[in-house]
Design a protein around this ligand. Structure first.
Ligand code: HEM
Length: 173
């Protein structure tokens, strides 16, 4: 049984809210397999591990956390968590995320079958964020033919046009 927290210790995961059914293929615990690929015109290519938890507590939204680690040292790297909401009776999706880098963002888009395509609608950052600053973000999540979850992230910064930054495949555990 899933524990909802100290305030509701005996509360098992409630039935999935039907509103989130179009995104139910994202639910689960996922681990990068193989390690993710990071690229960008300004960066040396890199690899990373990532642990993903996508859950629900019966509310009409998904809860997510993405936690990246260095493949050799296993030190924590990028981390983000938030919520994915669906507009009821539609395929419109809102993705709300807080990142350890000091970025808070809202992305919006659509789910079509087992593919979710979203793009930034608003991005806020801390006043002392490092340069260059991210100006736009686009992501695609999809469940591939092997039942693996894939995420691709592209971004535009103050120095680069929209370009891919990340691609990763996750295996459900
Ligand atoms: C660098 C944004 C996710 C690893 C950067 C840069 C930006 C950025 C703006 C600086 C690029 C430049 O110098 O031109 C983002 C955004 C993310 C994200 C918006 C999520 C939506 C990740 C993830 C990892 C990662 C999941 C995995 C470890 C790195 C690394 C660098 C970098 C290693 C270069 C070194 C550094 O600046 O820390 N990222 N990133 N990023 N990112 Fe990401």
């Amino acid at each position: 049984p899933y524990l909802n927290g100290l305030l509701a210790p005996d509360c098992e995961t409630p039935k999935m809210n039907p509103v989130i059914e179009p995104l139910s293929w994202m639910l689960g615990t996922w681990l990068s397999d193989p390690p993710g690929d990071g690229i960008y015109p300004t960066l040396e290519p890199f690899h990373y591990l990532e642990e993903v938890h996508i859950t629900h507590v019966g509310q009409p939204m998904l809860n997510f956390s993405f936690n990246a680690f260095h493949p050799d040292t296993k030190k924590p790297m990028h981390r983000e968590c938030g919520f994915i909401r669906l507009k009821p009776d539609s395929n419109k999706v809102a993705f709300v995320s807080a990142q350890n880098t000091g970025i808070v963002e809202v992305e919006e888009g659509e789910v079509n079958g087992q593919e979710l395509c979203i793009a930034s609608h608003s991005i806020a950052r801390i006043s002392f964020a490092a340069e260059p600053r991210v100006e736009q973000i686009m992501r695609t999540f999809r469940l591939n033919a092997e039942g693996r979850l894939e995420q691709t992230v592209s971004m535009a910064t103050t120095t680069q046009p929209m370009t891919q930054h990340l691609h990763i495949t996750y295996k459900k555990v």
